[in-house]
Write a protein of this length. Structure first.
Lengths: 486, 486
């Protein structure tokens, strides 16, 4: 039935560029919706490889797999680009239990780049959450060798998503920007150094998540010389421990972190792959698609951001297998280090697009399309305040209303990889996807597993990405940049 | 300021029973709202004692503490009543980890009355979730000595509360009745027996909770002779393990359950305490208030049901300290074994109110007021389809609108201790409290900690309970029973 419909489209379409576009878009949709690899790609990233903390062995495994997969699909110029990250780390085991006066296994997770404990630590914890930070040193004797409950009981919980649906059922940004991905403003680093200097054995802190959901990040500046082994604990259980100490209950904990700093390869990597342009007049222009493959470490980085990587690889596969002939070059970029501050995309943008030496490359840069926050089908795009760009994005989005596309919005979105390009004045945009519970239960949590990602959305998003790439790569004229008229 | 207001009430109130009532109710409110012990009582149950699984040492500790506390407050006839429960059990430790090809601590909890494992078990689990139950025996060789993933991946999650607010902001029952507290219909017992006979080392099953919230119950029929050590695992992680096996990932787990069956005291207990009636004509009539003190074992049984026990003890304290002189006897009953099938209340009702020998006791039974599902302030009561009773409850509730009381509803509510009395034709009613996320995140979960219970609600609920008890114990005439007219 669907092949018949496609054949009809091929026969009925008039000649010319518009007809080629319609045919190509129909092929993209057919391939992506009916013979999708997206779920299989997503499953490999989340089930086989698992979490992909930048600089970890699994991160390297993921970029090697992505490159091999893109090569296997016949993409051109597939290669890794390294940039200095400076750390490797692996969590090999941990223990976090209340062992007396009753037993309770704690929901806990070592922070990324935590030093290991020197041994299994058992003892009554010491609570210093009510001490002014500058008076901690005065309690050296109480802290040495102890498990430290470092902060006050958690009474602030993340219960609202940053992006909320409007009356048009579109998410738009609300409130404060997303919390900085890096954990360490200077005071915390100083605090860690103080606890380290005082000989604390381990430090526990509560999450701002609730009911078993924990946000688990880390500071890659942590070393055994400046930090204490640290675990995030479910807020309810952390609060219970503080109350037990307050009530004089002789609580004893067992805590261990088994982790290694790895030095064999401390680079971060990006993966690049292309479908070369076919129009000599514009083949040196680049339509760039991107998504970050690195994740935090306590789940499998499913919605943040394996879904987008699977969609991106699948979009490239669809373009290749459908024989799309873009006029401009379509390039896929799979970034590392996003969670530590957009490191991979920034390294790439700086190397290839910053400064006088890259002035011509900037001219030849057509548009950057990023896919990160949210999950599920692509509803539209953030137009970053660029009305002329929005008009183009609107035109590209129109064919996908029957697949769940809704509309583009003028709003900007922060904290993801398009910023590495917009910072250079280049046009960069991010998808709008479903944001339900993304800030409360999903991203950066111990619960960012496959259940957060609707399988059907993977197909649609790959089709939309491939179609946007194709439309960008065949469009007449330059892409409207911010502050210019179309 | 508040003492001045109370003095004014004492002066201005006219003489007679109504005036005595008004004065007594004002004293109750003043004591309960301004000098409450409810939070301290709640904290002792949840922080100091912790979970109170029927038949566990902590359960016995809790009933002894409740009795001592009631005695300390000067209540009369404080005593325990034992009934045969038949099991004692204690969880001393557990391990549940993915150890290869990568490390992941599992959110897991041993089911109540699980047998212990014979040792720490390490190995690749075997997935039998796709086998028809009657074909499991044919796979004996694959199961012996192994960690068994017993069911299909979890794709049904509890995402809706059973009670939903109506347009009047009142919870009313929806949908199916609450899941049976006991885990074991016969098929599961048969399945456990089969796995036991085949020599399975441990069995893992996913929860229907999500994002780190787990429902953890158990079957007290489990023994090392008929069951396998069993743990509930977070659904997302369980599903991941099944996918890893499906994808051929060489996953290895480390699992251990350290548990003991205790035989020194296998009774369940109820705690009784009274304020004797003062009117010789009706002092032998009983107004019974009740709440269950037992809980499941994976959190601290805060909303289910330490809050209600704290409110009940506090209500009795308030009545005692304010010098309330009820005409009828007010009796508090703190039940055990509710979670295993209303065992404590049923034992009590059967012993004291069932059969021909207790006909006169039934006549002298005025009303039973129970407090269990939900948490926070008492909004009203379920009138159990008894319109005449509702009219009385409405009268009693009216003075508490300014404290958050809303209205009584005609609906019935199931699955809690008033059923032990209504089954005998006695009038029994249950509070309406806030039910938000009660079925999805709170009751029977590993997250039923103090954060689920608003501290201000404890005060209000104790005041409403004390006031209802007082009003019931001073009311003129009999309490309208179901099927009778007032």
């Amino acid at each position: 039935m669907r092949h018949h419909a496609l054949a009809a489209a091929l026969v009925l379409a008039p000649c010319g560029a518009g007809a080629q576009d319609a045919t190509a878009l129909a092929r993209i949709r057919d391939e992506g919706m009916n013979r999708s690899h997206a779920l299989e790609l997503f499953d490999h990233l989340t089930t086989v490889i698992g979490p992909r903390l930048t600089g970890s062995p699994a991160f390297r495994q993921s970029v090697d797999w992505a490159a091999a997969t893109l090569r296997g699909y016949g993409l051109a110029n597939v290669h890794l680009e390294a940039w200095p990250f400076g750390r490797g780390w692996s969590l090999d085991g941990q223990t976090a239990e209340l062992i007396a006066p009753r037993y309770l296994p704690l929901i806990a997770f070592a922070e990324a780049w935590s030093p290991p404990t020197t041994r299994v630590i058992e003892g009554t914890p010491v609570y210093i959450g009510d001490l002014p930070p500058d008076s901690v040193r005065a309690h050296a004797a109480a802290i040495r060798g102890r498990i430290v409950l470092a902060t006050r009981p958690q009474d602030v919980f993340i219960t609202k998503d940053r992006l909320q649906p409007t009356e048009h059922d579109q998410p738009v940004p609300i409130g404060a920007p997303r919390a900085n991905n890096a954990t360490g403003p200077l005071p915390r680093a100083t605090f860690q150094q103080t606890l380290h200097d005082l000989g604390a054995a381990a430090v526990l802190r509560p999450t701002e998540g609730s009911e078993g959901t924990m946000f688990v990040l880390g500071s890659r500046a942590s070393t055994p010389a400046n930090a204490v082994p640290s675990l995030i604990v479910s807020a309810e259980q952390y609060n219970l421990l503080v109350r037990m100490l307050r009530d004089g209950v002789p609580a004893r904990l067992r805590v261990e972190v088994r982790a290694r700093y790895l030095t064999a390869d401390t680079n971060g990597y990006n993966v690049l792959a292309e479908i070369p342009g076919t129009d000599p007049a514009v083949a040196d222009e680049v339509v760039l698609l991107g998504a970050h493959i690195d994740s935090w470490h306590s789940a499998t980085g499913a919605a943040d951001n394996a879904d987008a990587v699977a969609e991106l690889i699948e979009a490239m596969r669809i373009l290749k297998v459908t024989g799309a002939r873009p006029r401009r070059t379509i390039r896929a970029a799979i970034w590392g280090g996003e969670e530590q501050g957009l490191l991979g995309s920034r390294a790439y943008a700086q190397q290839h697009y910053a400064g006088d030496a890259n002035a011509r490359a900037r001219e030849k840069f057509y548009v950057y399309l990023n896919n990160d926050p949210g999950t599920g089908p692509i509803y539209g795009w953030y137009a970053e305040g660029n009305a002329a760009a929005k008009a183009v994005l609107d035109e590209w989005l129109a064919p996908f209303r029957d697949l769940g596309a809704r509309r583009n919005v003028m709003e900007k979105i922060g904290n993801t990889d398009h910023l590495s390009f917009t910072a250079l004045g280049l046009p960069g945009f991010n998808t709008i996807q479903d944001y339900t519970e993304y800030d409360t239960r999903v991203h950066h949590t111990n619960m960012d597993f496959a259940e957060r990602v609707p399988a059907e959305g993977l197909k649609q998003a790959a089709v939309v990405l491939a179609s946007f790439a194709y439309q960008a790569a065949t469009r007449e004229g330059g892409f409207p940049r911010a502050g210019t008229t179309p």
